[in-house]
Design a protein around this ligand. Sequence first.
Ligand code: DGJ
Length: 723
Amino acid sequence: MPITATEGGRAWFIETPASLYAIALDSNGLPAQRHWGSRLPHRDWAELLKGDTPRWISDSSRPAEVEQEILADGGLRWGVPGLQVIFHGANQSLELIFGGAQIHESGSESTLVLTLKDSLFPFWAHLHYRIQADSDVIERWVEIESGGDAEDDVVLLRADSANWFVDDTDDYWYSSTHGQWAAETQLKRGPLPIGDLTFTSRTGTTSHQANPWIMIHSGSATETSGLVRTMALGWSGSWHLTAQHRPEGGVSVSTGFGHEGVHLVLKSGERHVTPPSYGLATDGGFGETSRKWHAFVLHHLRPSRHEVRPVLYNSWEATGFEVSETNQMRLAEKAAQIGAEVFVLDDGWFGSRTNSARGLGDWYPNPARFPNGLHALTEHVRGLGMGFGLWVEPEMANPDSDLYREHPDWVLNFEGRSRLEARNQLVLNFARDDVKRWALDWLDDLVSTYRLDFLKWDMNRPFSQAGWPDEPCRQGSLWLSHTRAVYDIMRTLRARHPSLRIESCTGGGGRVDLGMMEVVDQFWTSDNTDALDRQTIQHGFSQLYPVSAMCNWVTDSPNPTTKRAVPLEYRFHVAMAGALSIGADLGAWTDEELDRAAAFVQDYKEIRDVIQLGALHRLDGTPGVTLSAVQYLYGEAVVILSYEPRRSLHRGARRTTLHGLEPNAGYLNHTTGRTHSGGYLMERGLVLHDALNTDPSNGTLRFSNQDYLSALTTLTRVDQLEN
Ligand code: DGJ
């Protein structure tokens, strides 16, 4: 049994294929973590339970509280609160006692529920733990229940999904990603300072600025070694994650929906279920950590699971708001010529939307641009052998739209206050049932009418002035209800249209998280399509999320946003490192460029199952700066994409060592025709840019300042080599 109760029901052990998570009631009688790391033999389990971690305790600190499974705010505690409640409008001390445990097994899934009860009021917190037989990821959430008389409303000021404890060492580092628009998911690693380190979003979305996960490890952890503990939140609205590094030792990470100022009213008999928080402990460094996350997401979260993403063409960078039936048809022809499989018409096709200031909310084809609706275009696209997709931004309205003129009360607002616009638009209140119904109806109709294969769901501004004058009591929870409504609509659309695939976009990668991953197939990674910048963005993205969910476009050179010129081959090789797609103005490409593009797309199609479904190994180098490479391993096939953005004249061609191969198997290199043992490739490695760096006749370095070298190298495992 993967979940075992011991000590007469006072301790629980959660065993995953390679990790062990132990919980026991502490000296306060509350569940506390006793181990989270590698699996240990049963004979050692009792040792793990021997009392609270020995530490100095004074009258001003109770460090043991960081070990508890939920950080209830009440009694003698001064740390970061994870669950804060006001009873009867006044009593703000939550004093929980243990109330029982249940273990469920169902197929390959096992669940533990620990119930805590307030000592005075009819109020329960059920702590849930769920594991899958094939994964080391532990999913946790809390179900909060309020009983008693009808007048006994409780107010939740904080309702985190879990507290994760990382036990005492003297060297804690963290990894996380941060960023901004056009520079999302920048990886940051550094020492974890003593104090509270909080990552948060107050935007109503996941945000460009931070992403809801953290890894805690020692300073010596590397891509291939070291114990790494990750905590991630599955939530696409505002959120917070606080790593509390106590001066007395120990780190706890409490994470949940919402930022400061949460105000959720729970009426008697109501339940609040928090979003899931996921935890993973691995001892194989950052690379193994990422691979385990990727496998978990593809097996258990993404709706289309292991389905390979098609090559999309998106016309946004080509035509912007200047959309017409003719220019889209011409682009579709070029897109089909180079091998695109789905044509996506971006912004500018509906209502009076000829620029960002008008029409948002009026979801019918622009009558001047598409007098007969979109049928002529969709038929043309299908006739070219491609699927058809549309851009939508359902959660928004321009004040200059019929929708807003008719329903000015549908947007977030406070009575008598200004309605501040960003990108000329306001946020619709999806917590309202009528708004949610309206959105589902027109989306359903759109998908049915045009038999859409794909929706790019965008969201281009954060919440502000998030009021709901008609429903002041529900105002505090509208942040929560809005995000849940988005999930519900996406789920319903998928259920009604099983072949529909959805991309989450929020002005680029502003809503990338494990919650969204349960309802969409892929993310628009960033509005920055400059291949060099993209390498760092993709590097950060891949730490947690699988590359098959990372949509990458090849666009024009110089790049329309950054003005950097990058050769076609490099642009393709960078975009191939995930779900390759095209976003260029193909009408301006030469025949030669189109032919080369078609060849790259064809190459990609032959190896995309390896890239999208294989195990990712990030090889040496700093992506976008030095020679770097990513390797994918899938069955017998190995694919390596390597990049050398800037040539160094005083260094010869460098070798890149491969990872994860079988030392005694042979691997045929399809570029050179030579076979090497896995051991050789992992120890000595390959010179991946050999042909460009050195003179093949004498092996000396060619005198050339050619930057932006890149290569696609494929190998196949062929046989076991003899010694
Ligand atoms: C922001 C997205 O990130 C872009 O790709 C594009 O769809 C624009 N919105 C359209 O307004």
